[in-house]
Design a protein around this ligand. Structure first.
Ligand SMILES: O=P(O)(O)O[C@@H]1C[C@H](O)[C@@H](CO)O1
Ligand SMILES: Nc1nc2[nH]cnc2c(=O)[nH]1
Length: 295
């Protein structure tokens, strides 16, 4: 099922080595930017930019709003790498490829993963433009055997049966909440459950009602596989959704969502999201490991 060529550990190692040979300072924090949220990467100091197409084994971005660039640099004095654009299952990539960057970052010494996404609200009290700090997730594809950890387990990354009960780091969540209060964004910030679906279609009304019944507060098409792989290899994870639309749970009185409107809301709110992530990065203690070798 998994050919030698696709052997995931060796792929990650090769990519990590290629990047390490080129970056000035290895990162200790990785940030994945969701749809339309890549502007954060432009705020890194002393940036080094790589197009995904030049990085060995990296997929390329095919979705508008995902520039397809890896940016290394410092934010608040912390050495970071920012993905300007992520990979989605609906683009046709296998999950090991969707999550390959996370393992590459791990091999480069990253200890903390900050993930952002655009998501639709299933919760009555969330409005368009609100933020949701991810407390937990429902990995719908994962429940149906589309999980990035399926296949032979490589113990060099993590255990065969990882626990996910504390995937989204409680300290990072509470710090982020404090920051939103300090920045005056308390009223538009929530903590909730993100549900990942495969996409690329947005939800039918019946699906939206079903996901709400399951306990989801917001729904999107990413993040859960990245969080699972990061937790598996021992990273601290923080997830943040920008609520770009409300998901219709009835057949009347609501406009259908489309990707352009998602991008418009992302553009409108990206500064708030950037401010929060930047302040959060300032609080994170992590050390650049200059001696980090691929394990
Ligand atoms: O990469 P994210 O999860 O932010 O992108 C969301 C989900 C779809 O890719 C797209 C729909 O507009 O936005
Ligand atoms: N599945 C899904 N993904 C989204 N990304 C942004 N909005 C939505 C939404 O309403 N549904």
């Amino acid at each position: 099922m998994y050919s030698k060529k696709e052997s995931r550990y060796e792929n990650c190692e090769e990519t990590a080595r290629w990047l390490r040979d080129r970056v000035r300072t290895p990162p200790c924090i990785a940030i994945i930017c969701g749809s339309g949220l890549g502007l954060l990467a432009d705020t890194l100091c002393d940036p080094q930019v790589f197009s995904y197409s030049q990085i060995p084994n990296f997929p390329t971005s095919t979705v508008p709003g995902h520039a397809g660039e890896l940016v290394f640099g410092t934010l608040q004095g912390k050495s970071c790498v920012c993905m300007k654009g992520r990979f989605h299952v609906y683009e046709g990539y296998p999950l090991w490829k969707v999550t390959l960057p996370v393992r590459v970052f791990k091999l480069m010494g990253v200890q903390v993963l900050l993930v952002t996404n655009a998501a639709g609200s299933l919760c009555e009290t969330y409005r368009t433009g609100d933020l949701m700090i991810i407390r937990d997730h429902i990995n719908m594809p994962g429940l149906a055997s589309l999980n990035p950890l399926i296949g032979p387990n490589d113990d060099r990354f993590g255990p065969r049966f990882p626990s996910l009960w504390d995937t989204y780091d409680p300290n990072l969540r509470s710090t982020a909440l404090e920051i939103t209060h300090r920045l005056g964004h308390a009223k538009l910030t929530h903590e909730g459950v993100y549900c990942m679906v495969g996409g690329p279609n947005f939800e039918s009304v019946a699906e939206a009602k079903f996901l709400r019944l399951l306990g989801a507060d917001a729904v999107g098409m990413s993040t859960a596989p990245e969080a699972v792989v990061a937790k598996h290899c021992g990273m601290r994870v923080f997830g943040l959704s920008l609520i770009t639309n409300r998901v219709a749970q009835g057949y009347e009185g609501q406009e259908a969502v489309d990707h352009n409107s998602v991008l418009e809301v992302s553009k409108w709110r990206s500064q708030i999201l950037q401010d929060l992530v930047t302040e959060l990065v300032a609080t994170i203690c992590c050390q650049v490991d200059n001696d980090q070798q691929p394990y």
